[in-house]
Design a protein around this ligand. Structure first.
Ligand SMILES: Cc1cc2nc3c(=O)[nH]c(=O)nc-3n(C[C@H](O)[C@H](O)[C@H](O)COP(=O)(O)OP(=O)(O)OC[C@H]3O[C@@H](n4cnc5c(N)ncnc54)[C@H](O)[C@@H]3O)c2cc1C
Length: 419
């Protein structure tokens, strides 16, 4: 049985790695001729760090990242500092760490390989597979081939955010600087690379393409500061707000994950994290079915569990964006207004999932919630814990599967087969 993973962004790489380490034959393809080198999704949340611990890359990610203080200026004057909510590092660094770990399992990303149909046709011939996971981003080919609607809204007009990676001189690299009052201009440094991420929402639509010259001119005009010089751009892009998701995460043996299944504003720094956690939810289930330990219906729980999370993510990030926009327009400068402790994603869970079973009541966390004893668990596999007369079966992804009493069958086989 082979799984074909389409797309080697953070979602596809996590998917491939989780399957490969479980001994599932997997191929991962990407239509890009080279690996992505932009800093795009630069915030790694606490829950994702737990996933990375299990996947064996947490130390590397911690070494490459930093927790930043956001320094805000209104009309050029420093008004406020606020602690950021995530570990900051460039997205390409996360992808590199996942890719290196995947290579240790003998799997290399097949670049310049574009999926053309669901039978596995590519520009380099057909790839035989039994399951296919579409991790191919917001414009997903897999989603389109399935005919699954991407429901929601796209911001209209040509008022785009400009983005890029540049080197910066003349600015304190200990802060993520944000200028508010005349549009929004932000410069975020990174710990282990010379680039900073620039994000610009100009006061008026520009109709210009992003370039170093445009970034520098806008910096000078929008901040009113002098003495800061941008140079050496390594990535230039634009971004338009989309709030969209699918209502089907599974069609037969084809799954959608990450941006292919949901896109939303960057407020809260959730996109990459949510995709990684989609993959981490599906990985152990797909492996259990392929290895004959569970029936096919286990795979239906992927949608049952991740669709409500996608709904929540769209809602909280869109609401956060409105709060940030209001703060920018009112001139208060509180761009941290869109923050929410749940964005660390530790409090999210699957209480309504068919996989969450509370057979007895107790004072501890209910089935479906993240097991709070993560450091003492052997993540990646099931763990049975005993507390006085209550026993707790923790799933491989660290969520509580069953809370039961001494007489209940809490074996893994009963849990997996009993559906
Ligand atoms: C300004 C900005 C800030 C952000 N900040 C954060 C943040 O702080 N935290 C966060 O978590 N997220 C953030 N995000 C979002 C994050 O970047 C995305 O959610 C993330 O990249 C999605 O990962 P993915 O693997 O699902 O898709 P992608 O990264 O888009 O990868 C999809 C891959 O599929 C490939 N592909 C497409 N079609 C095909 C095909 N037919 N055949 C083969 N390959 C194909 C593409 O080449 C691509 O490599 C931010 C985004 C933006 C724009």
């Amino acid at each position: 049985m082979t799984v074909l993973v389409v797309g080697a962004g953070p979602t596809g790489l996590t998917m491939a790695l989780d399957l490969a380490r479980r001994g599932v034959p997997v191929r991962v393809i990407d239509k890009a001729p080279e690996h992505f080198t932009g800093s795009r999704g630069k915030g790694v949340q606490d829950r994702t760090l737990e996933v990375f611990a299990d996947l064996g890359i947490r130390d590397e990610i911690l070494a490459a990242g930093q927790h930043m203080t956001m320094r805000m200026y209104v009309n050029g004057e420093h008004t406020r500092d606020a602690a950021g909510n995530a570990l900051i590092l460039p997205q390409w660094k996360v992808e590199e760490a996942l890719r290196d770990r995947l290579a240790e399992h003998g799997v290399k990303v097949e670049l310049d390989t574009e999926l053309l149909d669901l039978d596995g046709a590519t520009n380099h011939g057909r790839i035989d597979h039994d399951y296919l996971v579409g991790c191919d981003g917001g414009r997903s080919t897999v989603r389109k081939l399935l005919g699954v609607p991407f429901e929601g809204v796209t911001a209209d007009g040509d008022h785009l955010m400009m983005l890029g990676d540049v080197e910066v001189s003349g600015l304190d690299p200990d802060y993520w600087h944000m200028w508010i009052g005349n549009g929004f201009y932000a410069l975020a440094p990174f710990r282990t690379v010379p680039q900073w991420q620039v994000q610009i929402v100009p006061p008026e639509p520009l109709g210009e393409q992003p370039s170093l010259e445009v970034f520098q001119r806008l910096f000078d005009e929008m901040t009113g500061w002098s003495g800061v010089t941008l140079s050496n751009p390594t990535w230039l892009s634009t971004y338009r707000v989309n709030v969209r998701m699918v209502r089907k995460f599974r069609v037969g043996n084809v799954f959608l994950a990450g941006d292919a299944a949901h896109v939303h504003p960057p407020t809260g720094g959730l996109g990459m994290n949510t995709g990684i956690q989609d993959a981490y939810n599906l990985g152990w289930k797909l492996a259990a079915v392929i290895n004959g330990e569970a029936g096919d219906t286990l795979l239906d729980t992927y949608e049952a569990e991740r669709l409500p999370i996608a709904e929540w993510t769209l809602g909280t990030s869109a609401e956060g964006l409105q709060k940030v926009a209001a703060a920018v327009q009112s001139g208060t400068g509180a761009v941290d207004a869109g923050r929410n402790p749940d964005h660390k994603q530790l409090s999210l869970g699957y209480p309504d999932s068919p996989l969450s079973r509370n057979l007895v009541s107790w004072d501890g966390p209910a089935a479906g919630f993240r097991a709070p004893w993560q450091e003492s668990l052997q993540l990646g596999d099931f763990t049975l814990l005993t507390f006085d007369d209550v026993r707790v079966l923790v799933r491989p992804d660290g969520y509580i599967g069953v809370v039961g009493g001494p007489a209940d069958d809490l074996s893994v086989s009963a849990y997996l087969m009993d559906r």
